[in-house]
Design a protein around this ligand. Sequence first.
Ligand code: G1P
Length: 291
Amino acid sequence: MLTMSFSVRKAVFPAAGLGTRFLPATKAQPKEMLPLVDKPIIQYGVEEALASGVENIIIVTGRGKSAIEDHFDVAFELEAFLSARGKTELLEEIRKVSNLINVSYVRQGEPLGLGHAVLMAEPLVGDESFAVILADDVIDATPPALAQMIKVHEEVDGPVILVERVRPEDISNYGVIAAETIRPGVYKVTDMVEKPPREQAPSDLAIIGRYILTPDIFGALRATREDRSGEIQLTNGLKHLLKDRPVYACEVTGVRHDTGNKLGFLKAVVYFAMQRPDLAGPLREYLKTMT
Ligand code: G1P
């Protein structure tokens, strides 16, 4: 049984990215709406937040992202249609989505980086600790990944980053921490670097898309310089914050899928299909026929 916590009440979902890795699929629809089986990627993250006791969802959107707002809104015509056809199960399913959340939206006018996206949420977050969830990283875990982090946050009383050990050939795709072990799976961060070349990575502990941040991150982000591509990186903001306060990390217990790349996306589709009694058997049979 999961104990609900109120120390973190808000979760910010940066969702203004252009999704260029999935073109042409993302030409006219947000990458966050691509489905893993039949549920959009972003819904997995929102459900994780809710299951972790975080009920206020703040989505940082941009141009071309209105499908996300429609998805979490009431679909009046669709509901009337399903109701008239007696399709009660489907009706329940789509009502569940709009009943799910207390959601606010804020626009990030220009794609100026993850740190900038988090800054956009400041007026809605206010002066309290909050979560940041990068929906690309879909994590299947019990208790949910965010709940695991909230537990650590309550213990250490400071910012907590989720990390995972990754292979050396993958490390340059991530923010990477240097850290001292507090106890197995929990670390005190001593340094961090955004997407280092493999040979300069300070460890194999990669930042994966979950953060619990304290409100002083906003000042740190404002004081953070743009990187070479003109973006404000959250990793650099956290590095700045490290000068003023301890920052912690915890390792995830669960299965993480990086749905932000094509292979990771495909693996996630198969993984979640295999959890479905109606699909697992026939899909396994089909995969056996592939050579
Ligand atoms: C972002 C962060 C990076 C982190 C990664 C996790 O990068 O900047 O530090 O390791 O998410 O998914 P992105 O994948 O958006 O390029």
